[in-house]
Structures are given as C-alpha cells and as structure tokens.
Design a protein around this ligand. Structure first.
Ligand SMILES: [Zn+2]
Length: 189
C-alpha cells in the first residue's frame, strides 16, 4: 500500500490533478479490458487444475511496487496469492489459507511485508476519523504498524497458532525492499 495519507483524509473523492484526470471515468478499466483482449488472443489453456503446483500460499501487501510473480520467480499456476493492505493476517486471510490448505493442497506459507509501506504512516485513529465522517465505526481494525519486522513476526505467529490450518511447520516471513528488490528474512523469535 503506497497511500500518501498526509492530512489523514478519509474522503472517497477521486483525485484531481494531472495524474488524477482519468480517475473515475472508466478510462483505466477500459485500458485493462483492451489489454485483456490482447492477452486472450495469445492465451492457450494451460490444462491445470486449481491446486497450486508448488503447494505454497503467499500472503503479501497489495503494494503496487511488489510484483510477486517476478520477485519470486513464480509461474502461472505455482501458488496462491493472498493480498491486502499491509499483508496482514486477518480472519479473512486465515479463511483463504484454510481453504488453500484443506481444499487445494498447499503446505507452505510465505508472508511478505515491505519497506515504505503505507500502513506505517497511519494509525488506529484512522477508524475514529472514519466514524466522525460517515457516522459508523468500521468493524475491522486498521492494523497499522510502526515496526515492519515486528509486524512480520506477529503475522507468522497468527498463522502458526491458527487452529484451522493443517500445515504450520513451513511458515516463513520476509520484508521486501522496494528500492533493491531484495527479500530479507525475518527471524520468528
Ligand atoms: Zn504495503
């Protein structure tokens, strides 16, 4: 997540300015749909079933600078990718991991946070501001953090202690450096 939360705005208004000129008018989506037509023209059925070839699930931040497949040498069909703001292990991530392991055969879990995450620049106060603006407090915690290493450790701990998962022996956590492209492994201790 790369959000610039200066001023802590919680407004849903579309951005303005040069780079915001196309936001919200459908032009971006049109471009994606056109790209898909080119993709589909070259596409051939890989003949795979839904079970990831490498039997691994990757939980990562949604940050636009993190190309998971390229960064990890992954090919189509290799893994499950589960992404959200911060790469936080929420109940919904546990839901996906549980299905990944119990229904689709994955055994390993890789957790990836990254340098310069937008979650480091907001606080739980974000919820309070939302409540003031819309009159309703969100049910979900923001899951903001200050120390990325510690947040990776907490995520590993949440996975390892989940009663729903079948396989928690191979759980490893990393911080991806958006400047160098390198992963740094985090010691779970
Ligand atoms: Zn992030």
């Amino acid at each position: 997540m790369t959000s610039t939360v200066s001023g802590m705005t919680t407004s849903a208004a579309a951005p303005t300015g040069p780079e915001g000129a196309i936001a919200g008018d459908g032009a971006v989506t049109d471009r994606l749909v056109e790209a898909n037509q080119r993709y589909a023209a070259e596409f051939s059925d890989p003949g795979m079933d839904a079970r990831p070839v490498l039997r691994v699930a990757v939980v990562a931040c949604m940050d636009a600078r993190l190309d998971l497949h390229k960064a990890l040498g992954l090919q189509l069909g290799d893994c499950h990718t589960i992404r959200n703001a911060g790469g936080v292990v929420t109940d919904d991530v546990i839901r996906s991991l549980t299905i990944s392991q119990r229904a689709l055969g994955t055994r390993s879990i890789v957790l990836i946070h990254h340098t310069g995450c937008g979650m480091e620049s907001i606080t739980e106060e974000f919820r309070h501001e939302l409540e003031l603006e819309v009159g309703q407090r969100p049910a979900w915690p923001v899951e903001a953090f200050r120390d990325v290493d510690q947040d990776v450790r907490q995520s590993m701990q949440r996975v390892r202690t989940s009663p729903f998962l079948l396989h928690t022996q191979d759980v490893r956590g990393f911080v991806f450096d958006v400047k160098t492209g390198r992963l740094r492994e985090i010691d779970p201790a």
